[in-house]
Design a protein around this ligand. Sequence first.
Ligand code: MG
Ligand code: MG
Length: 246
Amino acid sequence: MRRNADELNKMRRAGKVVAEMHEVTRAAIRPGITTMEINNVAAAVIEKRGARSNFLNYHGFPAVICASPNSMIVHGIPGDYVLQEGDIISIDCGAIIEGYHGDAAYTAGVGQISKEAQRLLDVTERSLWAGIEQMTIGNRLHEIGRAVEKVALAAGYGIVREYVGHAIGTAMHESPQVPNYWPGSPGPIMKEGMVFAVEPMINIGGEETYTLDDGWGVMTTDGSLSAHFEHTIALTDNGPEVFTLA
Ligand code: MG
Ligand code: MG
């Protein structure tokens, strides 16, 4: 769906709230803090900016962020898990302003992390930006996944296939989906005013996943580390505009 200037403005504002949530949660990440404490600093931003959370109560999800450490890929429920030196932690969150949504994620190291973990973070973030570069008017949607895949596979990593990016607007998850791999067809033509959340989830090991008994946390089956970077991006005649940057 194409969004008009007024709608894009609301999404821009929602994106700024998400960017601020990223800023404050990044600043809070350190050994000894719990994932619930990180959730609470993000919730304070939602409150301060007069926004609403699109994560809280989403199919019953109990928090405003997902916090997914180490071999957890996505959808971790914040709680009493205490971050340890050397962990990596994926934070995914969103906000609604006047009915319009933003959604973005990042993975950060806790204190000093291994070279292998740092490389995973660097490659996953780079794969996101390679995907964003494909967001030009007239290009095909699935070129995003092709570009993401190229970066991840060159590094020897596994690309999660069961969870993908999505269009976003008056709902967080709209059609069409945005796969992080080439799905075998070019997909729809991208047009001015379309907005997508692009979100590669990349594992050091294989692509297989399983879900925890809590019904939320998604883990790598082989126990390898996983990273997740996401932005909400609009197609404009000046190229992609990333709404969820500070
Ligand atoms: Mg997200
Ligand atoms: Mg998303």
